[in-house]
Design a binder for this molecule. Structure first.
Ligand code: AMP
Ligand code: MG
Length: 347
């Protein structure tokens, strides 16, 4: 029996034709993979440079796809930003303690329910209600002095993920306490990178890498490669282990740490990541890189592990399907490296 006969017998004539057409299409695509060229685009988005690297048949196709992807990131910023007082997120924060549950759009609902799930899993180490405390630390960084303890205590009384109530049936959110403010800085960039990859794919561009700050999402690898060869930055400390390289495909990679954003007072470095239980910026000078099935998971986990520290952080990673972590920290003047079994590098 010929191959097409057996296909026809199993699935009927239309399916056999479809299978043949699909095979022909695959052959055309794999031939075309060699004709693809590499293009790179950068735009300021979400307060950081967002970079898209992609493979496309020609420049107009590359420009069109990248424009659509950047437009999606911009749209997500308009929804999820805590800087923009008119974003859907900021408008939600403005309803704190009003007794009103607010109907959410699909994107904000998705990010908030992922945030709350991780907050529960980490007993509040990851907590998007840290907004009031984060804004005091932002001011402290600008003024180069520690936040006023009384103001910090007042801000802390508005923090707590249990005071953010989500209704999974109606997709509403209610902020139960006064002065609450949500901040999605630890999760939104990874989500935006995922969404950009989805848009590129819908435009026929499957071989792409999108990164914003330390967060990235990868689609299919470059032609002929097993993945995108990506550098995991080293900790900026003397004697820190050198940069590592990983192969990334259809996955997310996020790096969290105090490399670019910190406040240094009396030789002590306070990170922009705060421990929601104390309200204080982390001081263990760490770099956490997480690989996960997508950008939103990697981004949120990297921040969560930064707060949890290596022991609890490693347990969280081992309990998350498809996740791996690399942690370098210098709590005193000693470098500590921790890695999950699944973290694979090529150096
Ligand atoms: P990332 O760079 O992804 O680790 O995110 C850091 C940003 O997330 C900070 O600049 C704050 O806006 C916010 N953030 C700080 N601490 C936390 C925390 N414990 N949980 C959730 N978000 C946080
Ligand atoms: Mg993060």
């Amino acid at each position: 029996m010929t191959q097409s006969n057996s296909v026809r017998r199993l699935f009927g004539p239309q399916t056999a034709l479809l299978a043949i057409l699909l095979l022909a299409d695959c052959a055309r695509l794999s031939r075309r993979a060699e004709d693809l060229r590499r293009y790179e685009f950068t735009e300021p988005q979400m307060g950081v440079p967002f970079r898209i690297v992609l493979y496309a048949p020609d420049h107009p196709a590359a420009v069109e796809a990248s424009r659509a992807a950047f437009a999606r990131i911009q749209q997500l910023n308009d929804i999820l930003s805590d800087y923009d007082t008119d974003s859907e997120l900021s408008r939600l924060s403005q309803t704190a303690a009003s007794g009103r549950a607010v109907q959410l759009g699909p994107e904000l609902w998705f990010v908030l329910q992922r945030s709350q799930k991780l907050a529960q899993q980490t007993a509040g180490a990851f907590d998007v209600t840290v907004g009031p405390v984060v804004s005091l630390w932002r001011k402290a960084r600008r003024e180069k002095r520690l936040p006023d303890p009384a103001k910090l205590a007042a801000a802390m009384s508005a923090v707590g993920y249990q005071k953010l109530r989500l209704d999974p049936k109606r997709h509403t959110a209610e902020l139960l306490g006064p002065h609450m403010r949500l901040d999605l800085g630890a999760i939104a960039k990874g989500y935006a990178a995922d969404e950009a990859i989805n848009i590129l794919r819908s435009k026929g561009v499957r071989r792409a890498l999108v990164s914003g700050g330390g967060d990235m999402a990868a689609g299919d690898p470059p032609p002929g490669k097993k993945g995108w060869h990506v550098e995991v930055a080293p900790l900026d400390a003397p004697n820190a282990p050198p940069a590592r390289f990983v192969w990334l495909a259809n996955a997310g990679l996020a790096t969290s740490g105090d490399l670019f954003q910190h406040l240094e007072i009396d030789g002590k470095r306070y990170s922009h990541i705060v421990d929601p239980h104390t309200g204080v910026g982390l001081t263990d000078h760490s770099l956490v890189a997480v690989i996960a099935p997508d950008g939103i998971t990697a981004d949120s986990l990297a921040t969560a592990v930064s707060v949890l520290g290596p022991e609890k952080g490693l347990r969280l990673i081992e309990a998350t399907r498809g996740a791996a972590v690399h942690i370098v920290r210098m709590p005193a003047w000693r470098i500590e490296t921790t890695e999950s079994g699944r973290f694979r590098t090529d150096n």
